[in-house]
Design a protein around this ligand. Structure first.
Ligand SMILES: Cc1cc2nc3c(=O)[nH]c(=O)nc-3n(C[C@H](O)[C@H](O)[C@H](O)COP(=O)(O)OP(=O)(O)OC[C@H]3O[C@@H](n4cnc5c(N)ncnc54)[C@H](O)[C@@H]3O)c2cc1C
Length: 405
Protein backbone atom coordinates (compact mmCIF):
# COMPACT_ATOMS: atom_id res chain seq x y z
CA UNK A 1 0.00 0.00 0.00
CA UNK A 2 1.31 3.45 -0.92
CA UNK A 3 1.34 5.72 2.11
CA UNK A 4 1.11 9.49 1.95
CA UNK A 5 0.79 10.54 5.62
CA UNK A 6 2.47 8.81 8.54
CA UNK A 7 1.79 9.89 12.10
CA UNK A 8 4.15 8.83 14.91
CA UNK A 9 2.80 9.23 18.45
CA UNK A 10 5.53 9.56 21.09
CA UNK A 11 8.83 11.32 20.37
CA UNK A 12 11.39 9.50 22.48
CA UNK A 13 13.96 7.01 21.18
CA UNK A 14 11.45 4.65 19.50
CA UNK A 15 9.48 7.45 17.83
CA UNK A 16 12.63 9.28 16.74
CA UNK A 17 14.19 6.16 15.25
CA UNK A 18 10.93 5.50 13.38
CA UNK A 19 10.93 9.01 11.89
CA UNK A 20 14.62 8.88 10.95
CA UNK A 21 14.12 5.47 9.33
CA UNK A 22 11.11 6.62 7.32
CA UNK A 23 13.21 9.34 5.71
CA UNK A 24 16.28 7.12 5.35
CA UNK A 25 14.12 4.57 3.51
CA UNK A 26 13.06 7.38 1.16
CA UNK A 27 9.50 7.84 2.32
CA UNK A 28 8.57 11.15 0.68
CA UNK A 29 5.12 11.71 2.19
CA UNK A 30 4.08 13.78 5.19
CA UNK A 31 5.34 12.87 8.66
CA UNK A 32 3.83 14.22 11.87
CA UNK A 33 5.57 13.47 15.17
CA UNK A 34 3.42 14.10 18.24
CA UNK A 35 4.81 14.39 21.77
CA UNK A 36 3.00 14.97 25.03
CA UNK A 37 6.17 16.57 26.36
CA UNK A 38 6.99 20.23 25.75
CA UNK A 39 10.72 19.52 25.28
CA UNK A 40 12.31 18.66 21.95
CA UNK A 41 12.97 14.88 21.81
CA UNK A 42 15.77 13.86 24.18
CA UNK A 43 17.67 10.87 25.50
CA UNK A 44 16.53 9.44 28.86
CA UNK A 45 19.36 7.18 30.18
CA UNK A 46 21.63 10.09 31.26
CA UNK A 47 18.80 11.56 33.38
CA UNK A 48 19.60 9.33 36.36
CA UNK A 49 23.35 9.38 35.69
CA UNK A 50 25.25 12.35 34.27
CA UNK A 51 22.37 14.84 34.59
CA UNK A 52 22.08 14.17 38.33
CA UNK A 53 25.83 14.35 38.81
CA UNK A 54 26.03 17.54 36.73
CA UNK A 55 28.34 16.06 34.07
CA UNK A 56 25.79 16.65 31.29
CA UNK A 57 23.51 19.66 30.94
CA UNK A 58 19.88 18.76 30.12
CA UNK A 59 20.08 20.70 26.82
CA UNK A 60 22.83 18.37 25.60
CA UNK A 61 20.40 15.43 25.60
CA UNK A 62 18.52 16.48 22.46
CA UNK A 63 18.45 13.84 19.75
CA UNK A 64 18.30 16.50 17.03
CA UNK A 65 18.43 20.26 16.82
CA UNK A 66 15.03 21.78 16.13
CA UNK A 67 16.07 22.82 12.57
CA UNK A 68 16.54 19.15 11.66
CA UNK A 69 12.78 18.57 11.82
CA UNK A 70 12.09 21.35 9.31
CA UNK A 71 14.90 20.14 7.03
CA UNK A 72 13.45 16.64 7.06
CA UNK A 73 9.91 17.95 6.60
CA UNK A 74 8.79 16.47 9.90
CA UNK A 75 5.91 18.32 11.52
CA UNK A 76 6.93 18.16 15.20
CA UNK A 77 3.96 18.77 17.50
CA UNK A 78 5.13 19.27 21.07
CA UNK A 79 3.01 19.43 24.21
CA UNK A 80 0.08 17.62 22.60
CA UNK A 81 -1.40 14.36 23.80
CA UNK A 82 -3.08 11.71 21.66
CA UNK A 83 -6.37 10.99 23.41
CA UNK A 84 -8.17 8.49 21.23
CA UNK A 85 -7.63 6.30 18.17
CA UNK A 86 -10.24 5.42 15.56
CA UNK A 87 -8.65 2.76 13.35
CA UNK A 88 -11.71 2.45 11.07
CA UNK A 89 -11.72 6.13 10.14
CA UNK A 90 -7.89 6.18 10.38
CA UNK A 91 -7.71 9.18 12.64
CA UNK A 92 -6.32 10.10 16.04
CA UNK A 93 -7.76 12.66 18.41
CA UNK A 94 -4.81 14.81 19.34
CA UNK A 95 -5.73 17.46 21.87
CA UNK A 96 -9.14 18.60 20.63
CA UNK A 97 -8.81 17.87 16.92
CA UNK A 98 -8.87 14.72 14.83
CA UNK A 99 -5.70 14.05 12.86
CA UNK A 100 -5.94 11.73 9.81
CA UNK A 101 -3.24 9.18 8.96
CA UNK A 102 -2.73 6.38 6.54
CA UNK A 103 0.24 4.92 8.41
CA UNK A 104 0.66 5.03 12.19
CA UNK A 105 3.52 4.21 14.56
CA UNK A 106 2.57 4.06 18.24
CA UNK A 107 5.58 4.83 20.47
CA UNK A 108 4.01 6.18 23.64
CA UNK A 109 6.43 4.34 25.92
CA UNK A 110 5.90 4.05 29.64
CA UNK A 111 5.63 6.28 32.70
CA UNK A 112 6.98 5.89 36.21
CA UNK A 113 4.68 3.81 38.39
CA UNK A 114 3.46 5.70 41.45
CA UNK A 115 2.79 4.65 45.03
CA UNK A 116 -0.81 4.72 46.19
CA UNK A 117 0.12 7.09 48.99
CA UNK A 118 2.28 10.12 49.61
CA UNK A 119 3.11 10.74 45.99
CA UNK A 120 1.44 14.18 45.92
CA UNK A 121 3.41 15.50 48.93
CA UNK A 122 6.06 18.11 48.18
CA UNK A 123 9.53 16.60 48.07
CA UNK A 124 8.38 13.26 46.59
CA UNK A 125 9.66 12.59 43.07
CA UNK A 126 9.61 9.99 40.33
CA UNK A 127 12.21 10.04 37.58
CA UNK A 128 11.11 9.68 33.97
CA UNK A 129 11.42 13.08 32.35
CA UNK A 130 13.92 15.89 32.00
CA UNK A 131 11.80 18.03 34.37
CA UNK A 132 11.93 15.27 37.01
CA UNK A 133 15.72 15.04 36.69
CA UNK A 134 16.22 18.80 36.96
CA UNK A 135 13.98 18.97 40.05
CA UNK A 136 15.81 16.09 41.77
CA UNK A 137 19.25 17.42 40.89
CA UNK A 138 18.46 20.78 42.49
CA UNK A 139 17.69 19.02 45.76
CA UNK A 140 20.40 16.38 46.12
CA UNK A 141 22.90 18.54 47.94
CA UNK A 142 25.58 17.67 50.53
CA UNK A 143 24.01 16.45 53.76
CA UNK A 144 20.44 16.26 52.41
CA UNK A 145 18.65 13.10 53.52
CA UNK A 146 17.47 11.24 50.42
CA UNK A 147 15.28 8.16 50.77
CA UNK A 148 14.90 6.16 47.58
CA UNK A 149 12.11 3.61 47.32
CA UNK A 150 13.05 0.72 45.04
CA UNK A 151 16.55 -0.62 44.33
CA UNK A 152 15.97 -1.47 40.67
CA UNK A 153 18.26 0.14 38.14
CA UNK A 154 16.74 3.64 38.33
CA UNK A 155 16.70 3.67 42.15
CA UNK A 156 20.24 2.30 42.25
CA UNK A 157 21.50 4.92 39.80
CA UNK A 158 19.83 7.72 41.75
CA UNK A 159 21.48 6.36 44.93
CA UNK A 160 24.86 6.41 43.22
CA UNK A 161 24.39 9.95 41.88
CA UNK A 162 23.03 11.28 45.19
CA UNK A 163 25.91 9.70 47.14
CA UNK A 164 28.36 11.34 44.71
CA UNK A 165 26.70 14.69 45.47
CA UNK A 166 27.38 14.17 49.18
CA UNK A 167 23.77 13.43 50.18
CA UNK A 168 22.92 10.98 52.98
CA UNK A 169 21.26 8.18 51.05
CA UNK A 170 18.95 5.40 52.20
CA UNK A 171 17.78 2.88 49.61
CA UNK A 172 14.75 0.78 50.52
CA UNK A 173 14.00 -2.42 48.62
CA UNK A 174 11.06 -4.80 49.01
CA UNK A 175 13.07 -7.72 47.57
CA UNK A 176 15.95 -9.59 49.14
CA UNK A 177 18.72 -7.70 47.31
CA UNK A 178 19.33 -4.70 45.08
CA UNK A 179 18.28 -5.33 41.46
CA UNK A 180 17.24 -8.90 42.31
CA UNK A 181 14.33 -8.86 39.83
CA UNK A 182 16.77 -8.13 37.00
CA UNK A 183 19.91 -10.08 37.93
CA UNK A 184 18.89 -12.56 40.63
CA UNK A 185 20.03 -13.03 44.23
CA UNK A 186 23.72 -13.81 43.82
CA UNK A 187 24.59 -10.83 41.62
CA UNK A 188 22.07 -8.65 43.43
CA UNK A 189 23.91 -9.26 46.73
CA UNK A 190 27.17 -8.16 45.15
CA UNK A 191 25.52 -5.00 43.79
CA UNK A 192 24.14 -4.39 47.29
CA UNK A 193 27.72 -4.44 48.63
CA UNK A 194 28.62 -1.77 46.09
CA UNK A 195 25.98 0.56 47.59
CA UNK A 196 27.33 -0.09 51.08
CA UNK A 197 30.92 0.51 49.94
CA UNK A 198 29.89 4.03 48.87
CA UNK A 199 28.11 4.82 52.11
CA UNK A 200 24.52 4.16 51.02
CA UNK A 201 22.29 2.59 53.65
CA UNK A 202 20.57 -0.28 51.80
CA UNK A 203 17.54 -1.78 53.57
CA UNK A 204 16.20 -4.93 51.89
CA UNK A 205 13.07 -7.05 52.52
CA UNK A 206 11.33 -3.84 53.56
CA UNK A 207 7.86 -2.75 52.45
CA UNK A 208 7.10 0.96 52.51
CA UNK A 209 3.62 1.64 53.91
CA UNK A 210 3.56 5.41 54.06
CA UNK A 211 5.22 8.73 53.42
CA UNK A 212 4.41 11.32 56.05
CA UNK A 213 5.01 14.95 56.83
CA UNK A 214 3.34 18.29 57.26
CA UNK A 215 2.88 19.77 53.78
CA UNK A 216 6.09 18.12 52.55
CA UNK A 217 7.67 14.68 52.92
CA UNK A 218 9.49 14.31 56.23
CA UNK A 219 9.75 10.56 56.64
CA UNK A 220 9.15 7.21 54.97
CA UNK A 221 7.39 4.60 57.08
CA UNK A 222 8.19 0.89 56.79
CA UNK A 223 5.79 -1.97 57.49
CA UNK A 224 7.41 -2.70 60.87
CA UNK A 225 6.71 0.89 61.95
CA UNK A 226 10.25 2.17 61.51
CA UNK A 227 10.37 5.74 60.18
CA UNK A 228 13.24 6.93 57.98
CA UNK A 229 13.74 10.70 58.13
CA UNK A 230 13.78 12.26 54.66
CA UNK A 231 14.29 15.68 53.09
CA UNK A 232 13.42 14.24 49.71
CA UNK A 233 11.98 10.92 48.56
CA UNK A 234 12.54 9.39 45.13
CA UNK A 235 10.18 6.62 44.05
CA UNK A 236 11.66 4.08 41.61
CA UNK A 237 9.23 1.18 41.58
CA UNK A 238 9.01 0.41 37.88
CA UNK A 239 6.95 1.67 34.97
CA UNK A 240 3.49 1.26 33.41
CA UNK A 241 2.96 1.31 29.64
CA UNK A 242 1.08 4.34 28.25
CA UNK A 243 -1.90 2.57 26.71
CA UNK A 244 -4.88 4.36 28.32
CA UNK A 245 -5.55 6.44 25.20
CA UNK A 246 -6.01 3.20 23.23
CA UNK A 247 -8.68 1.55 25.42
CA UNK A 248 -11.55 2.19 22.97
CA UNK A 249 -9.49 1.61 19.84
CA UNK A 250 -10.18 -2.12 19.55
CA UNK A 251 -6.42 -2.83 19.76
CA UNK A 252 -5.42 -5.52 22.24
CA UNK A 253 -3.97 -4.29 25.52
CA UNK A 254 -2.36 -6.64 28.03
CA UNK A 255 0.52 -5.12 30.01
CA UNK A 256 1.29 -3.10 26.89
CA UNK A 257 -0.03 -2.87 23.36
CA UNK A 258 -0.06 -6.43 22.07
CA UNK A 259 1.64 -6.78 18.68
CA UNK A 260 2.60 -9.70 16.49
CA UNK A 261 6.18 -10.71 15.68
CA UNK A 262 6.43 -7.94 13.07
CA UNK A 263 5.33 -5.27 15.60
CA UNK A 264 1.99 -4.93 13.81
CA UNK A 265 -0.81 -3.95 16.22
CA UNK A 266 -3.73 -5.42 14.21
CA UNK A 267 -4.82 -3.01 11.46
CA UNK A 268 -2.66 -3.25 8.34
CA UNK A 269 -0.92 0.10 8.70
CA UNK A 270 -0.61 0.36 12.48
CA UNK A 271 2.76 -0.64 13.97
CA UNK A 272 4.25 0.03 17.37
CA UNK A 273 7.67 0.28 19.02
CA UNK A 274 9.38 0.72 22.36
CA UNK A 275 8.40 0.34 26.01
CA UNK A 276 4.67 0.35 25.14
CA UNK A 277 4.89 -2.87 23.08
CA UNK A 278 4.26 -6.43 24.24
CA UNK A 279 5.32 -8.82 21.48
CA UNK A 280 6.36 -12.44 21.02
CA UNK A 281 10.14 -12.30 21.08
CA UNK A 282 11.29 -15.52 19.42
CA UNK A 283 14.73 -15.36 21.05
CA UNK A 284 13.17 -14.99 24.50
CA UNK A 285 10.69 -17.77 23.83
CA UNK A 286 7.48 -15.87 24.69
CA UNK A 287 5.74 -12.52 25.09
CA UNK A 288 7.83 -9.73 26.53
CA UNK A 289 7.84 -5.98 26.94
CA UNK A 290 11.27 -4.40 26.77
CA UNK A 291 12.07 -1.55 29.10
CA UNK A 292 15.43 -1.00 27.52
CA UNK A 293 16.77 1.76 25.35
CA UNK A 294 18.32 -0.47 22.68
CA UNK A 295 15.20 -2.59 22.24
CA UNK A 296 13.13 0.60 21.81
CA UNK A 297 15.62 2.00 19.26
CA UNK A 298 15.73 -1.23 17.24
CA UNK A 299 11.96 -1.56 17.30
CA UNK A 300 11.49 2.04 16.13
CA UNK A 301 13.59 1.26 13.05
CA UNK A 302 11.89 -2.08 12.38
CA UNK A 303 8.36 -0.71 12.85
CA UNK A 304 9.04 2.03 10.27
CA UNK A 305 10.54 -0.44 7.80
CA UNK A 306 7.65 -2.84 8.21
CA UNK A 307 5.09 -0.06 7.81
CA UNK A 308 6.67 0.87 4.47
CA UNK A 309 7.11 -2.75 3.37
CA UNK A 310 3.46 -3.65 4.01
CA UNK A 311 2.18 -6.54 6.08
CA UNK A 312 2.99 -9.27 3.53
CA UNK A 313 6.69 -8.29 3.44
CA UNK A 314 7.07 -7.22 7.06
CA UNK A 315 10.00 -8.87 8.88
CA UNK A 316 9.92 -10.48 12.28
CA UNK A 317 11.52 -8.61 15.16
CA UNK A 318 13.49 -10.80 17.52
CA UNK A 319 16.21 -9.54 19.82
CA UNK A 320 18.46 -10.47 22.71
CA UNK A 321 17.48 -7.94 25.36
CA UNK A 322 20.39 -5.77 26.43
CA UNK A 323 20.79 -3.01 28.97
CA UNK A 324 23.49 -1.20 30.85
CA UNK A 325 23.51 0.74 34.08
CA UNK A 326 26.19 2.99 35.59
CA UNK A 327 26.62 2.90 39.36
CA UNK A 328 29.53 4.25 41.43
CA UNK A 329 31.82 4.46 38.42
CA UNK A 330 31.04 0.87 37.38
CA UNK A 331 29.55 0.06 33.99
CA UNK A 332 27.23 -2.92 34.50
CA UNK A 333 26.01 -4.68 31.33
CA UNK A 334 23.43 -7.43 30.96
CA UNK A 335 22.33 -9.35 27.87
CA UNK A 336 19.85 -12.16 27.43
CA UNK A 337 18.39 -14.13 30.32
CA UNK A 338 19.76 -14.08 33.82
CA UNK A 339 16.80 -16.02 35.22
CA UNK A 340 17.69 -19.43 33.79
CA UNK A 341 20.58 -21.87 34.02
CA UNK A 342 23.64 -21.77 36.25
CA UNK A 343 25.93 -18.80 36.80
CA UNK A 344 29.44 -19.54 35.51
CA UNK A 345 32.10 -16.92 36.38
CA UNK A 346 34.59 -16.34 33.54
CA UNK A 347 36.61 -13.39 34.85
CA UNK A 348 36.97 -12.63 38.57
CA UNK A 349 34.17 -13.23 41.02
CA UNK A 350 31.08 -11.16 41.65
CA UNK A 351 32.73 -9.08 44.37
CA UNK A 352 35.60 -8.05 42.06
CA UNK A 353 35.88 -5.60 39.18
CA UNK A 354 36.22 -6.43 36.35
CA UNK A 355 33.83 -9.34 36.56
CA UNK A 356 32.25 -11.39 33.78
CA UNK A 357 29.91 -14.36 34.02
CA UNK A 358 27.48 -16.21 31.81
CA UNK A 359 24.26 -18.06 32.52
CA UNK A 360 24.60 -21.54 31.07
CA UNK A 361 21.72 -23.92 30.45
CA UNK A 362 22.67 -27.39 29.24
CA UNK A 363 25.44 -26.55 26.75
CA UNK A 364 24.06 -23.15 25.69
CA UNK A 365 24.82 -19.64 26.92
CA UNK A 366 21.54 -17.87 27.75
CA UNK A 367 22.74 -14.65 29.33
CA UNK A 368 25.80 -12.53 30.12
CA UNK A 369 26.56 -10.17 33.00
CA UNK A 370 29.65 -7.98 33.23
CA UNK A 371 31.01 -5.22 35.43
CA UNK A 372 33.70 -2.93 34.00
CA UNK A 373 34.50 -5.34 31.18
CA UNK A 374 32.96 -3.79 28.05
CA UNK A 375 35.17 -5.51 25.50
CA UNK A 376 34.83 -8.96 27.01
CA UNK A 377 31.10 -8.34 27.21
CA UNK A 378 30.97 -7.32 23.53
CA UNK A 379 32.82 -10.47 22.48
CA UNK A 380 30.48 -12.69 24.44
CA UNK A 381 27.42 -10.83 23.21
CA UNK A 382 28.54 -11.38 19.63
CA UNK A 383 28.82 -15.08 20.39
CA UNK A 384 25.42 -15.14 22.06
CA UNK A 385 23.89 -13.56 18.95
CA UNK A 386 25.10 -16.57 17.01
CA UNK A 387 23.56 -18.94 19.57
CA UNK A 388 26.93 -20.56 20.14
CA UNK A 389 27.33 -23.38 22.59
CA UNK A 390 29.32 -22.76 25.77
CA UNK A 391 32.23 -24.94 24.59
CA UNK A 392 32.42 -23.26 21.17
CA UNK A 393 32.39 -19.81 22.77
CA UNK A 394 35.13 -20.75 25.21
CA UNK A 395 37.21 -22.19 22.36
CA UNK A 396 36.94 -18.98 20.33
CA UNK A 397 37.03 -16.20 22.94
CA UNK A 398 37.71 -17.84 26.29
CA UNK A 399 41.45 -17.27 26.29
CA UNK A 400 41.11 -13.57 25.38
CA UNK A 401 38.50 -12.71 27.98
CA UNK A 402 40.77 -11.90 30.88
CA UNK A 403 43.12 -9.79 28.76
CA UNK A 404 40.79 -7.60 26.73
CA UNK A 405 39.64 -4.96 29.25
C1 LIG B 1 16.08 7.87 34.14
C2 LIG B 1 16.13 6.74 33.16
C3 LIG B 1 17.32 6.06 32.94
C4 LIG B 1 17.37 5.00 32.05
N1 LIG B 1 18.56 4.35 31.86
C5 LIG B 1 18.62 3.32 31.01
C6 LIG B 1 19.85 2.64 30.78
O1 LIG B 1 20.87 2.96 31.38
N2 LIG B 1 19.86 1.61 29.90
C7 LIG B 1 18.74 1.23 29.21
O2 LIG B 1 18.81 0.27 28.42
N3 LIG B 1 17.57 1.86 29.39
C8 LIG B 1 17.48 2.90 30.28
N4 LIG B 1 16.29 3.55 30.46
C9 LIG B 1 15.09 3.08 29.75
C10 LIG B 1 14.97 3.74 28.37
O3 LIG B 1 15.18 5.11 28.47
C11 LIG B 1 13.59 3.42 27.81
O4 LIG B 1 13.54 2.04 27.55
C12 LIG B 1 13.29 4.22 26.56
O5 LIG B 1 13.25 5.60 26.82
C13 LIG B 1 11.95 3.80 25.95
O6 LIG B 1 11.73 4.59 24.84
P1 LIG B 1 10.29 4.74 24.18
O7 LIG B 1 10.51 5.58 22.96
O8 LIG B 1 9.64 3.45 24.01
O9 LIG B 1 9.36 5.52 25.22
P2 LIG B 1 9.56 6.65 26.29
O10 LIG B 1 10.99 7.01 26.46
O11 LIG B 1 8.79 6.22 27.47
O12 LIG B 1 8.83 7.90 25.63
C14 LIG B 1 7.49 7.89 25.25
C15 LIG B 1 7.10 9.31 24.89
O13 LIG B 1 5.74 9.31 24.46
C16 LIG B 1 5.04 10.36 25.09
N5 LIG B 1 3.63 10.01 25.18
C17 LIG B 1 3.05 9.11 26.00
N6 LIG B 1 1.72 9.06 25.79
C18 LIG B 1 1.46 9.95 24.82
C19 LIG B 1 0.28 10.37 24.14
N7 LIG B 1 -0.91 9.84 24.44
N8 LIG B 1 0.37 11.32 23.19
C20 LIG B 1 1.59 11.87 22.86
N9 LIG B 1 2.74 11.52 23.45
C21 LIG B 1 2.68 10.56 24.42
C22 LIG B 1 5.69 10.46 26.45
O14 LIG B 1 5.43 11.71 27.04
C23 LIG B 1 7.16 10.26 26.09
O15 LIG B 1 7.74 11.47 25.70
C24 LIG B 1 16.21 4.62 31.35
C25 LIG B 1 15.00 5.29 31.57
C26 LIG B 1 14.96 6.35 32.47
C27 LIG B 1 13.66 7.07 32.71
Amino acid sequence: MRLSKVVVIGASVAGMRAVETLRRERFEGEITLVSAEAHAPYDRPPLSKQVLTGEIAPDALRYREIEWFAEQRVDLQLGLEAKELDTRAKQIRVGERWMPYDGLVIATGARARELEFGQSLKGVYSLRTIDDAVAIKERILPGVRVVIIGAGFIGSEVASSAAAAGAQVTLVEIGATAMCRVVGMQLGSALGKLHEEFGVNLICNARVTGIGGYERAEFVRLEDGWELPADIVVVGIGVSPNTEWLVNSGLKIDDGLVCDETLNAGPETVFAAGDVVAWPNRWWGGMMRGEQWLVAAEQGMQAAKNLLAGRADARRFSTIPYFWTDQYGCRIQVAGRTDVGELVPLVGDEFQRPFVCVFKQEDQIKGIFAVNAPRAFAMLRGALQQHRSFDRVMESVGRDLSTVD
